[in-house]
Design a protein around this ligand. Structure first.
Ligand code: PLP
Length: 393
């Protein structure tokens, strides 16, 4: 048997992937599954994006290799979006990196900035690919436990000095998956200042920048003075436009930083299918006609989910952004046990907090990605499981 590297054997379990097989079995058995697992809504993408893809599939020039440059109007549409939405200027040629999903870019970014022996500070609970990218780059993960009593904000000052001395990269994600937390501006200013002082790359994952409620408008990290020197920011069409399967995303950063990621990608992929990039242009250009209505649908679902889970006895906060409720469980009740019982006895998929790292224990995440009546049904089942397990804690 050929040797498999320690990089691979150190990778954590990929919870959403591991669930897929069990879900298939349950559906095959006729179970009416309510899937609140992945952040993957049942809603349609903008019609203009679908039309652009269909059209693009017939254009010979779009069937060829895109290489790193790709379909240039996509870069221009991204730069125009960043200008319109955040008031920030990025050069389409040198400061925009088209990605095949932001997951791809986030994971590959570590290859450009981490060496063996370096540390990346990784929020826990958090998007599992931060740890994955770090381990594949042969570097060390320092898991930082996000805490409700600190508003789920990661403070570099809490990282032990010897670890901080080896830290080359910090992952931040606000609005946050899975906690729904948001980052105040003074917090972001503090983190940018600390990263500048220590030459730490700030990987700012802004996948949920457009999915915010109650008038909250998430910022770009580049609105913070000094971020240009240390940050790279990741955006995605996945959540904003219900285009998770299209794998259409980008990074922005100043040329030395964005260029390093682009350089890695030159040797890994040959660019995204350009018809999809052309659909990305159509999506970005349909922001005004599409996004506010889509957000309103999510807001209605958020409100329905919060009300339904509270009615069943869960002390859940209403998040100002994202598509997730981060629901605390009674102390001592293992989240994996709760999630397993909910799936096996009631066909409701939720993610145990422990699948986001040890720091996520004590919570479960639900994605409010289905209509209110299905959320209410799921909450009733969750309440039944809660009551049946409460006697165990
Ligand atoms: N970042 C966060 C925080 C996410 O939750 C996700 C997906 O769930 C991603 C990045 C990846 O999104 P995509 O690869 O679809 O662009």
């Amino acid at each position: 048997m050929p040797r498999i590297t320690s990089r691979v054997s150190k990778l954590p379990l990929y919870a959403v992937g591991a669930l897929a097989a069990r879900k298939r079995e349950l559906v095959a058995r006729g179970v009416d599954l309510i899937d609140l697992g992945a952040g993957d809504a049942d809603l349609a993408p903008p019609p203009a994006a679908v039309e652009a893809l269909v059209h693009g599939a017939h254009v010979p020039a779009l069937q060829r290799y895109g290489f790193g440059v790709g379909y240039y109007p996509y870069r221009e549409a991204i730069a125009a979006f960043m200008q319109r939405r955040f008031g920030l200027a990025f050069d389409p040629a040198t400061e925009v990196v088209p990605l095949i999903g932001s997951k791809e870019g986030i994971a590959h970014c570590a290859l450009a900035f981490l060496e063996h022996g370096d540390v990346a500070v990784v929020p826990e609970p958090g998007y599992i690919c931060y740890a994955g990218g770090t381990l594949l780059a042969d570097a060390d993960v320092h898991a930082y436990a996000l805490r409700a009593d600190q508003n789920f904000l990661l403070e570099l000052s809490d990282v032990p000095p010897d670890v901080l001395a080896r830290t080359r990269l910090l992952y931040l994600n606000y609005p946050n998956n899975p906690t729904g937390a948001i980052a105040p501006r003074d917090y972001l200013e503090r983190v940018v200042a600390e990263c500048r002082a220590r030459d730490i790359l700030l990987v700012y994952d802004n996948a949920y920048s457009e999915l915010a409620f109650d008038g909250y408008v998430p910022p770009s990290i580049f609105e913070i003075p000094g971020a240009d020197e240390v940050a790279i920011e990741f955006h995605s069409l996945s959540k904003t436009y219900n285009m998770t399967g299209w794998r259409c995303a980008w990074a922005v950063g100043r040329p030395p930083i964005a260029g390093a990621l682009a350089r890695v990608k030159q040797f890994i992929d040959t660019g995204h299918y350009m018809a999809i990039q052309s659909a990305g242009v159509a999506a970005l250009e349909s922001w005004e006609s599409f996004v506010p209505g889509n957000v309103a649908t999510f807001q209605e679902r958020r409100d329905a989910a919060v009300a339904a889970f509270r009615a069943e006895g869960f002390a859940v906060e209403a998040p100002l952004a994202t598509m997730y409720l981060w629901i605390p469980l009674p102390a001592g009740l293992p989240s994996a046990l709760f999630a397993e019982r909910l799936l096996e006895e009631h066909g409701v998929v939720v993610l145990p907090g422990s699948s986001f790292g040890d720091g996520g224990e004590g919570f479960v995440r639900i994605s409010f990605i289905v209509p209110p009546e299905r959320l209410a049904q799921a909450a009733r089942h969750a309440g039944q499981v809660l009551r049946s397990l409460e006697s165990h804690v």
